[in-house]
Design a protein around this ligand. Structure first.
Ligand SMILES: [Mg+2]
Length: 129
C-alpha cells in the first residue's frame, strides 16, 4: 500500500500504538511519519505530502484543532482525510472539531479494534484510486 500517513501525538506511547495498528493494516513502516506536536507536524506536512493524518487534540506548541485549521487552508490538504484522536469526548468539542474539517474522531481510551475500524475504510478508498 503506497499511502503515506502522519501520526501526531505528544505521547510517544500513543504514537507507537497508532503506528502498530497502521502496520497491522498493511501500511509499510517507511510510509509512516510522526510528530510530537502540531507545529512540528505542520512543518513536516508542508515539506512532504501525506495522504492520511491521525492527530491528537491536546498537545503543546500547537494543538490538533489548530493543526487541522492550518492544514485546511493549504490547497494540498483541503480534502486529505484527518482523524482526531482525543479525550475531549464532549459534544461541543466534537462539533468544533468537525466544523474545523476533521473527517472522523476517536475518543480515548480506545481499543486497537476501534482504531482499525475507523482507519480501514479510509485505506480501502485510497487503494481504489
Ligand atoms: Mg496529548
Amino acid at each position: 500500500m503506497n499511502i503515506k500517513v502522519m501520526v501526531v501525538d505528544d505521547s510517544s506511547t500513543m504514537r507507537r500504538i497508532i503506528i502498530n495498528v497502521l502496520i497491522q493494516l498493511g501500511v509499510p513502516q517507511e510510509n509512516i511519519a510522526d510528530a510530537p506536536d502540531g507545529l512540528d507536524a505542520l512543518g513536516k506536512l508542508k515539506s512532504n505530502t501525506y495522504d492520511l493524518i491521525l492527530t491528537d487534540w491536546n498537545m503543546p506548541k500547537m494543538d490538533g484543532l489548530h493543526l487541522v485549521q492550518n492544514l485546511r487552508h493549504l490547497p494540498k490538504y483541503k480534502n486529505t482525510p484527518i482523524l482526531m484522536i482525543t479525550t475531549e469526548g464532549g459534544k461541543s468539542e466534537v462539533i468544533e472539531a468537525l466544523k474545523s474539517g476533521i473527517n472522523n474522531y476517536i475518543v480515548k481510551p480506545f481499543s486497537p479494534e476501534t482504531l482499525k475500524a475507523k482507519i480501514e475504510p479510509i485505506l480501502k478508498k485510497f487503494e481504489q484510486h
